[in-house]
Design a protein around this ligand. Structure first.
Ligand code: NDP
Ligand code: 2IT
Length: 444
């Protein structure tokens, strides 16, 4: 057995029943194998990979809350503090019924390498709860957020762990969480990011993940002599990442023809009207099927996925494993030339391998959706300095960071004879930075 295989075996034994986490570790460890081979003795001696796959700390806690009828509910909350070699733990909070330890271990592990790619001083973490915000009233959401923070506040802080949003956690939830944090700690500080602009938030944080995704997609296309201008784009999801990916892709001259939610998708051959998506999702908190009722010429497909639609570029922006092998086959047979992940691990292992084997340009989420956390780090620095940067300034920094990530990912792939394999490039580039810091900090 190679060292990587031994560590993989250990992860399986120590984390039984955690398929998402095991898969994420496997993907990273397999792609860094050439780097490990070059330093095997040193890594073994310092148990480097064993430490890399073990979260530094992980808490779970009871979240009791009362609904509008006066009934009590109990959910489980979590925070996984995976790796602080590069800085305070940083990563989002997800409120979704599928949240469990495996999903959060996978997301926090991935976050460690993503955050490394941003070049900023942030470690990897992730948290959330198996709470379903769908159909809940504003008061119920507030009650849940306050109860969740009443436990979480013990483990976070501006130099310790700085959570943000993810699925089911947007501006409204961050506001309620922040209010409760402040009440409990008596501190007005940057312990959460994605805050409202009126109380310490950064311009561009709302747009950052979607915009960053489009910036790096354009870099990847340009390197192959192609562009988003004039391209037809399929986007999945209609949440934070999807909405601003649609907006930026259209600003760059692409035609985006789809958005979706977990019930079905919209096809609009005239180009998705992003104001309508924002109104339905951000204002009315409705379902995406409403779009077809409001926009003439568009169509709603219940229970189907956007990958049925012919497109040049696909941007999966919803949830893990939403793009499976049969979807990848459809994309290829419809002439798709590039896939860039807005979500975390939306493409299954088999689908990724198929796309790469067919010559489709493929950018993994830890590189392509890093714009969100990168602007979160810019929010942290603005909070520390008590300053506020303009939209243009932050947007320019975001663009520069995405260009830098593109350069790191493509160069690392070249360095290890994997040119064009950006999965390997992203894992190797992220790993190198994390490992250097871990090595320098000794056996901790
Ligand atoms: P949101 O909660 O704002 O939106 C999620 C969207 O995905 C909703 O439209 C939701 O629809 C849809 N969705 C969920 N499950 C499915 C499914 N099974 N099939 C199709 N659509 C589905 O979350 P975000 O936009 O913030 O996050 C989306 C992805 O991007 C996640 O993977 C997240 O981890 C990742 N990400 C987010 C960042 C951020 O800054 N927010 C940063 C980097 C990555 P429905 O309402 O029906 O559930
Ligand atoms: O997956 C992610 O990178 C996020 N949900 C954003 C994390 C953050 O801290 O901004």
């Amino acid at each position: 057995m190679t060292y990587v295989e031994e560590v993989m075996d250990r992860v399986k034994k120590m984390n039984p029943g955690e398929p998402e986490f095991q898969l994420a570790v496997k993907e990273v460890l397999q792609s860094i194998e050439p780097v490990v081979a070059a330093h095997e003795e040193e890594y073994r001696k310092s148990q480097l990979l064993e430490r890399l796959v073990e979260p530094e700390r992980s808490v779970s806690f009871r979240v009791p809350w009362v609904d509008d009828k006066g009934d009590l509910h109990i959910n489980r909350g979590y925070r996984v503090q995976f790796n602080s070699a590069l800085g305070p733990y940083k990563g989002g909070l997800r409120f979704h019924p599928t949240v469990n330890r495996s999903v959060l271990n996978f997301l926090a592990f991935e976050q460690t390498f993503k955050n490394a790619l941003t070049g900023q001083s942030i470690g990897g973490g992730k948290g959330g709860a198996n709470f379903n915000p769908k159909g809940k009233s504003d008061r119920e959401i507030m009650a849940f957020c306050q109860s969740f923070m009443s436990e979480l506040f013990k483990y976070i802080g501006p130099n310790e762990d700085v959570p943000a949003g993810d699925i089911g956690v947007g501006g409204r939830e961050i506001g309620y969480l922040y209010g409760q944090y402040k009440r409990l700690t008596n501190q007005y500080e940057g312990t959460l990011t994605g805050k409202g602009l009126g109380y310490g938030g950064s311009l561009v944080r709302t747009e950052a993940t979607g915009y960053g995704l489009v910036y790096i997609t354009e870099e990847m296309l340009n390197a192959s002599g192609k562009t988003l201008k004039g391209a037809t784009v399929a986007v999945s999801g209609s949440g934070n990442v999807a909405t601003y990916a649609v907006e930026k892709a259209q600003q760059m001259g692409a035609k985006v023809v789809t958005v979706s939610d977990s019930d079905g998708y919209i096809y609009d051959p005239n180009g998705i009207k992003v104001e309508v998506v924002k109104d339905i999702k951000e204002e009315r908190r409705g379902r995406i099927s409403d779009y077809a009722k409001e926009v003439a010429g568009s169509e709603y497909f219940q229970g189907k996925k956007v990958w049925d639609v012919k497109c040049d570029v696909a941007l999966p922006c919803a949830i893990q494993y939403e793009l499976e092998l049969e979807d990848a086959k459809k994309l290829v047979s419809n002439g798709c030339i590039a896939v860039a992940e807005g979500a975390n691990m939306p493409t299954t292992e088999e689908a990724t391998e198929y796309l790469q084997s067919q010559g489709v340009l493929f950018m993994p989420g830890k590189a392509s959706n890093a714009g969100g956390v990168a602007v979160s780090a810019l929010e942290m620095s603005q909070n520390s300095m008590r300053i506020r940067r303009s939209f243009e300034e932050v947007d320019k920094q975001l663009n520069d960071i995405m260009k830098d990530i593109w350069a790191q990912v493509s160069t690392a792939a070249d360095d290890y004879n994997r040119s064009g394999n950006y999965v390997a490039g992203a894992n190797i580039a992220g790993f190198r930075r994390v490992v250097k810091a871990m090595r320098d900090q000794g056996w901790v």
